[in-house]
Design a protein around this ligand. Structure first.
Ligand code: DQA
Length: 141
């Protein structure tokens, strides 16, 4: 199975940004964790991070015919981006939403997830483990 893992803005700042919320581990460590896990499970994984909404839309569009599933943490774009929602709907690949922090217990403006409307499952507040559970979900299909 070919899985595309997309991370949105400021996820590259993991380890530096708000460690009390997002933890002390870096984006590079997150990538290693995901890559090692996927290798163990015999899944092909590509990791993509961008701070730019349009680049994320482009990447989702290019996933059509090239990947079997998407794991996405759109970060702040979760709560604002209809373009990312529409891109996910356009390619219609099985998609799983991940948030490192428990957005449900945070600010009101984090209570809406547009991307989540095109995702079949969400793993929220599990830290980095959420990405692995998302991969498990796609592999179980
Ligand atoms: C986040 C939660 C978002 O609200 C926030 O904007 C992020 C990270 C998370 O993984 O917990 O950048 O998606």
């Amino acid at each position: 199975m070919r899985i595309l893992v997309i991370n949105g803005p400021n996820i590259n700042m993991l380890g530096i940004r708000e460690p009390g919320i997002y933890g002390k581990n870096s984006y590079a460590e997150l990538c290693s964790l995901i890559s090692d896990y996927a290798a163990e499970k015999d899944a092909e994984v590509e990791l993509f991070q961008s701070n730019h909404e349009g680049d994320i839309v482009d990447k989702i569009q290019k996933a059509y015919d090239n990947f079997d599933g998407i794991v996405i943490n759109p970060a702040a774009y979760t709560h604002t981006s209809i373009a990312i929602l529409d891109a996910l709907k356009s390619v219609a690949l099985p998609a799983v939403e991940v948030h490192i922090s428990d957005v449900s217990s945070r600010e009101d403006f984090r209570q809406i997830s547009y991307a989540g409307m095109a995702c079949e499952k969400a793993f929220i507040g599990l830290g980095f483990d959420g990405y692995l559970r998302a991969i498990d979900h796609l592999l179980s299909k």
